[in-house]
Design a binder for this molecule. Structure first.
Ligand SMILES: [Zn+2]
Length: 378
């Protein structure tokens, strides 16, 4: 996988030490743009602007200048040609310098805060989630593990039915003739083997989504062989096209995945809307959702892509609020302004292992106040 989710989780938990700050930079390094000239210009002017707007001490400013210098250094010398977007998280005082290079572009941004700003990375993650494509037939099936860009692993399965005839002569030995009469159970046996392999793959690699590909009747039969866990992760199905190359198949699978996930997010918003109120599992609006998140109660967090209210966060305890109250109402710590309070909530969610969903054009989510959560059971 190009994006290391564990790394993002550890970044989400990071706090700058010694009263310092994290600098998070996102820049496009696509060869389509004149980034070698534009990006340093962007960084310099964003930095100057930030120093004017916020009240940093002389020492803080010096430390941030050091971070910026190091980020510029990466841009001058050190970018691989496939990289289209670069994310850097720097905290000189804490000795941290993390870079993530991606094959997709970022909108240029420079953010300074007590923790790394992760929202742009989470948006990329939500567009390029890894998934498994299961191409199934009666006796010849294939699994493909697809990451942000390509197939990273494939497994082939041949069922006992196909094995039972001599492929060169077409003759079927007597013993296998009887086997062929048991075709249905042989297909079942093959499907069970493939289904078990999917279960193992998602368990081992932490994959969340599965797309099925094949003749619809066969796929329907195959679904019966799936474990409950795998069945819950199937987000789409598309028909077999025997003439398609693997590349074409994967591209169609990606489309099916995208449509299935968009539908899933919409269903999540509707489910939250129907379970609001006392005793229900839904929570909506910034203050209630952030409160539930702070108490570790949220299982899935859903945020509208466009929702970026400014707000405040506690430097001690992660409490996030849209309104200023200094000190923190929870722990009495100091409150700092943040330019994207929803982004802060997303960071807290990632740190807790809560699944973050980014919604786009979902009417039910707009009604919920653009941020909502599905709570864990009891
Ligand atoms: Zn606090």
């Amino acid at each position: 996988m190009i994006i290391d989710r564990e790394k993002i989780k550890s970044l989400a938990a990071a706090q700058s030490s010694n009263g310092g700050y994290y600098m998070s930079a996102f820049v496009s390094t696509s060869s389509l743009e004149n980034w070698r000239k534009n990006t340093p210009t962007f960084l310099n002017s964003a930095f100057t602007e930030m120093m004017k707007e916020r009240d940093f001490s002389h020492e803080e400013k010096r430390s941030l200048e050091g971070d910026l210098e190091r980020i510029r250094g990466v841009l001058s010398y050190d970018i691989t040609p496939q990289t289209e977007g670069l994310a850097v998280f720097a905290d000189q005082a804490g000795g941290v310098f993390e870079r993530i290079e991606l094959p997709v572009r970022f909108e240029d941004r420079l953010v300074v805060g007590k923790s790394p700003y992760l929202r742009p990375l989470l948006c990329v993650l939500s567009l390029f989630e890894p998934f498994v494509v299961a191409q199934v037939s009666k006796d010849d099936s294939h699994l493909y593990l697809v990451d942000e860009l390509r197939v990273v692993r494939s497994e082939d399965f041949t069922g006992p039915y196909l094995k039972s005839s001599n492929q060169e002569t077409g003759e079927v030995p007597v013993k296998e003739y009887y086997a062929a009469n048991r075709q249905e159970s042989l297909i079942d046996q093959h499907h069970k083997e493939v289904a078990a392999a999917i279960d193992k793959m998602i368990e081992e690699l932490g994959i969340h989504w599965v797309v099925l590909n094949g003749n619809h009747d066969i796929v329907s039969g195959f679904r019966r062989a799936l474990s409950q866990r795998v069945a819950a992760r199937v987000v789409g199905e598309f028909p077999l096209d025997a003439t398609a190359s693997i590349k074409q198949t994967i591209s169609r699978a990606r489309e099916a995945m995208k449509a299935g996930r968009a539908h899933g997010r919409q269903a999540l918003a509707e489910r939250i809307r129907e379970s609001l109120g006392a005793g229900g599992r839904g929570v909506a609006g910034f203050s209630d959702t952030a409160g539930a998140l702070f108490r570790g109660q949220v299982q899935r967090l859903l945020v509208d892509q466009e929702y970026r209210p400014s707000g405040f966060r506690c430097v001690e305890c992660d409490f996030v609020s849209l309104t200023q109250s200094d000190p923190c109402p929870v722990c009495g710590g100091g409150m700092l302004p943040v330019e994207d309070a929803a982004g802060e909530a997303m960071r807290v969610a990632v740190r807790q292992g809560t699944y973050v969903e980014i919604g786009e054009d979902i009417p039910a989510l707009k009604e919920l106040g653009e941020i909502a959560g599905l709570l864990r059971y009891g």
